[in-house]
Design a protein around this ligand. Sequence first.
Ligand SMILES: [Zn+2]
Length: 78
Amino acid sequence: MQVPTAQSVVFKAMCPDCRGRFELTAPALRLAIGRTARTTFYSFTCPDCGASVRKPAGQRIVALLTSGGVRTMRLHVG
Ligand SMILES: [Zn+2]
């Protein structure tokens, strides 16, 4: 049984382009928090095909990513 630390956390992700499934570490992900759910998303580059993937992030995902040490960018809109 291993206790996960911020550095060992991996996030499971899927690429909509090549449908590849993989695990990403915190530095591979970026989170952008906007004022609404519509402008809150996380992004990463697919390690398989190199596509830039952007997906909406709900509250649960935001909490998961931030607690996992993912770099967060706050969007100031309006
Ligand atoms: Zn891909």
